[in-house]
Design a protein around this ligand. Structure first.
Ligand code: LLP
Length: 422
């Protein structure tokens, strides 16, 4: 995003042109930014550890156009469900390019996951006998909960440690792999996902050491060769103006050094190093373009827009901060106002107080930053306010990559029993 002569552009497209052509609210992705993010991270990690690969966690943004960009860049896919495996397949990725990291899987998940031939990453040792009832995955890993997790988004997004629902307790990891080996599984990996949105390189080094001390012993004692060790996602981005971003070069350097040292310490054959980020690739590469529909002066001055907690759930769900720009008014005098969406819920009053241009008025275009990860993917229908459109910008070109939902989409899966129609 750039401000040129006081007008906001995404790529080389003015947001006013997007609003006019596609309506509001609309998620707008900058293809070049996604590619830049991916290449910066890949270059850093593969420079220090050449046998390195990223699997993109599609849960953060599952639009097939975006997934194809990351596939073109060389990413595999981290899938949380069978439908995400099918999504990977729809963009041409399958087998060992896809890792199935679901949790609390149903028998149906297991059966369909096995049929797809992807890497199985089990969240709990009790799932193994259930998997074996249906077949043997070609490659198996366990998701380790190394006892420590962290997130700059807050406790809600901390995915490991004693309060997390995820992963295998360190004391159970040895037995889990022993059972898998005994059952005839031949190829192994290991996985963890302890946190999300971390901007301190030292965190990644810390968790690498934690993980390797658990996995190293397993490799040594059971004589298992780990083909890959996946350190999860979590590469963070700054959300607030002035906040420090992650020094990816430093993270890569520290992680690789720690990883190599532990591989040596435990006498392991060097595994492939993997990570499965999402936010780092797509987070800062999308904006929501919305419109001001009314300015209310009641107990407070409240700016009513078409961007609500249904469009972007993160602020209402986690108290997350997203910066807001007003097209054409970024240089204007500011005052403290509130900002909300159109839902009949007060959590939809998602900015209680923010310094925004004092002259903001009906028809103005607002742009919400850092909306690419867990943005559209967590949007929902409520109050008959349906899901927004998604647009991809490449330089001065723009493409509709998901149409806005309409009334038919709201009732699409419903049926009314005949007697109720009388
Ligand atoms: N791998 C697994 C198994 C995951 O569960 C996740 C995210 C990732 C990778 C990607 O993590 P990332 O690189 O994006 O940090 N809705 C929250 C974030 C929840 C994270 C869920 N898991 C938010 O909006 O901040």
């Amino acid at each position: 995003m750039q401000i040129r002569k006081n007008k906001i552009y995404i790529g080389d497209v003015p947001v006013s042109a997007i609003a006019e052509k596609y309506g509001t609210p609309t998620y707008v992705y900058d293809e070049n930014k996604i590619r830049e993010n991916y290449r910066r991270a890949l270059n850093a990690f593969s420079k220090y550890y050449p046998d390195f690969r990223f699997f993109y966690a599609v849960k953060a943004c599952n639009n097939p156009a975006i997934v194809n960009i990351l596939r073109q860049e060389g990413a595999g896919i981290d899938a949380a469900s069978v439908n995400e495996i099918l999504l990977a397949k729809s963009v041409g990725l399958s087998g060992e390019d896809v890792m199935f990291s679901g949790n609390f899987l149903s028998d149906d998940d297991i059966r369909r996951g096995l049929k797809s031939g992807v890497i199985f990453n089990l969240d709990d040792p009790s799932t193994l006998p259930r998997v074996l009832k249906f077949g043997k995955p070609k490659i198996l890993s366990f998701r380790v909960n190394p006892g420590y997790g962290k997130s700059n988004v807050g406790e809600f997004v901390t995915n490991a440690g004693p309060n997390a629902k995820f992963g295998v307790h360190p004391d159970q990891v040895m037995d889990a792999y022993r059972a898998a080996k005994k059952a005839g599984i031949k190829r192994f990996g290991a996985h963890m996902m302890p946190g999300s949105c971390i901007t301190e390189p030292e965190y990644f080094t810390f968790i690498t050491n934690l993980m390797m001390d658990i996995i190293g012993k397993v490799g040594r004692e059971l004589k298992i060769h780990f083909e890959f060790i996946d350190l999860g996602g979590g590469l963070g981005i700054p959300y607030r103006p002035g906040e420090q971003g992650l020094d990816i070069e430093e993270a890569a350097k520290q992680v690789s050094a720690a990883f190599r040292a532990k591989v040596r310490q435990y006498g392991l054959k060097p595994p492939r190093l993997m990570m499965e980020p999402a936010r780092y690739f797509v987070g800062n590469a999308a904006w929501i373009v919305g419109k001001v529909h009314s300015v209310k002066r009641s107990y407070k001055k409240i700016i009513g827009t078409d961007i609500g907690m249904n469009t972007l759930a993160r602020p209402a769900m986690y108290g997350a901060y997203h910066h807001i720009y007003v097209d054409g008014k970024e240089n204007a005098k500011r005052e403290k106002v509130g900002l909300c969406g159109q839902l009949c819920e007060n959590t939809d009053f998602w900015v209680k107080e923010r310094n925004l241009p004092a002259s903001i008025k009906e028809g103005d275009i607002v742009v919400v930053e850092n909306a690419g990860a867990y943005g559209f993917a967590m949007s929902y229908q409520y109050n008959g306010r349906l899901r927004p459109a998604e647009v991809l910008v490449n330089g001065k070109n723009h493409f509709l990559i998901r149409r806005r939902e309409e009334f038919e989409d709201m009732i699409r899966n419903t049926t009314v029993p005949g007697y109720l129609k009388k």
